[in-house]
Write a protein that binds this ligand. Sequence first.
Ligand SMILES: Cc1cc2nc3c(=O)[nH]c(=O)nc-3n(C[C@H](O)[C@H](O)[C@H](O)COP(=O)(O)OP(=O)(O)OC[C@H]3O[C@@H](n4cnc5c(N)ncnc54)[C@H](O)[C@@H]3O)c2cc1C
Ligand code: FES
Ligand code: FES
Length: 458
Amino acid sequence: MRTSIEFFYAGHSHKLEGVKPTDMLLSWLRDNQQARGTKEGCNEGDCGACSVVLARQMGGKIDYQPVNACIFPLANLDGAAIFSVEDYGNRAELHPIQKAVVDEHGSQCGFCTPGFIASMVAGQLGQVEHSAEVQIAGNLCRCTGYGGLIRAFEGQRNTAQPAAFQAKLDAANAWISTAERGGFECHSEASSIYAPADLAAMAALRLAHPDALIIAGATDVGLWMTKGLKQPAKVILTTYVAELHAVSQDTAEFTFGAAVPYSQVGGVLLQDYPEARAWFERLGSVQVRASGTMGGNIANGSPIGDGPPLLIALGARLRLRKSDAVREIALEDYFVAYGKQDLAEGEFVEAIMIPRRQPGQRLMVEKVSRRIDQDITAVLAAFSESDDGLRLAFGGMAATPKLATTVMTSRNPSDIGQDFQPLTDLRASKEYRLRVAENLLRQFFEQEPGAAAQEAAE
Ligand SMILES: Cc1cc2nc3c(=O)[nH]c(=O)nc-3n(C[C@H](O)[C@H](O)[C@H](O)COP(=O)(O)OP(=O)(O)OC[C@H]3O[C@@H](n4cnc5c(N)ncnc54)[C@H](O)[C@@H]3O)c2cc1C
Ligand code: FES
Ligand code: FES
């Protein structure tokens, strides 16, 4: 069994022994490599100052995404490559995007700039084209305003990479294509990391170590470590389990392995459900969607996770595995009570099955939060009506994501108070939550069939 991880950075591979779950990429870059161009702002995935470009194998291709290095565990980097601001250009020859940011006055104190450049370079290299606003929504600048930054990216979106950087990309790609991914264990005095490469090994490890913390993209767990100062003694990574990365579809449903990142889930799901685009683009940022997984969003059991209400409205099911035993449940049944999920000791989430769109199906999904980008949900409403019936799901209205079963029968939005008695908290009052939920229901019931799909297509 391998006891080291290996990844590519700055023109060559780096092999690390004794990696701990709390070892984050940002600290390694700044403290170990003295690559201090990449900055630490919030240390919790919110500001993007620590963004770097990640290159990894995904679906048989090399996928480029920006990630937040502050909450990116080194252990999740095996077989991948990263590029930081030290790579893109140099003082003699700035990267075209760096030059455009200078020309557009997109930098003043410069603290945020390396992170913005990383998001934009990843946007040039990536397979999916986002609007400039979406591409940089995970980066904050407190000095310049965003106009110049948006113009800089829009003007350079399709320019070629400088020769020196292209040579680094080529070298990294060649390395990635032959690199091992996962199938290691890293033990230190205080901790153990288990990184299985297939489902059978994952199931055996989960059974042998039911007390271990499962880590997927670490966009929740990373914060427990950087902000909660938790030091998990034992972790199991889902990152390298091939079956948990599988995506398949037939005429009846999509099946996503639990470790498929949001970036990939969105690309598939939006083909059938274009009304969900705004929901997808407001789920974290490009960085968060590149690391975070739907499996993690469901498994953490949060009442304000943005994934579950939409998937419940669509009639999704979960496949749970304990050793060789597999069971499937309706997603809504997974959420038993606040902090309690239907997950037995030694069990884990294997896959999520989401029904394909039916002819004539209507869907509406709305995230209500104080800010458009990167905010925590106050109310998430997702409504679907098809030949299978009406499904009205909410997040942020109760201790778990839940169906509004009374309104589903009565079709009367005023009955929402019979389904939910929400809390008042920092994000919204109880009265506001009930009012907004009722209004959204009214909008759905009054909407012409097909109007939402038509709007999304436009
Ligand atoms: C800046 C920022 C913005 C965010 N914005 C949003 C947002 O807009 N909407 C939103 O809903 N969330 C948001 N999040 C939260 C987070 O991104 C999501 O909850 C994400 O889906 C978690 O997935 P992950 O792969 O990172 O999970 P991890 O952090 O790795 O794990 C989360 C939990 O799931 C468990 N787990 C993971 N995989 C499995 C499995 N296969 N079986 C059993 N248990 C498992 C872990 O043990 C842990 O308890 C945000 C986070 C950050 C940092
Ligand atoms: S330091 Fe703010 S996102 Fe990492
Ligand atoms: S230039 Fe100062 S934070 Fe962006």
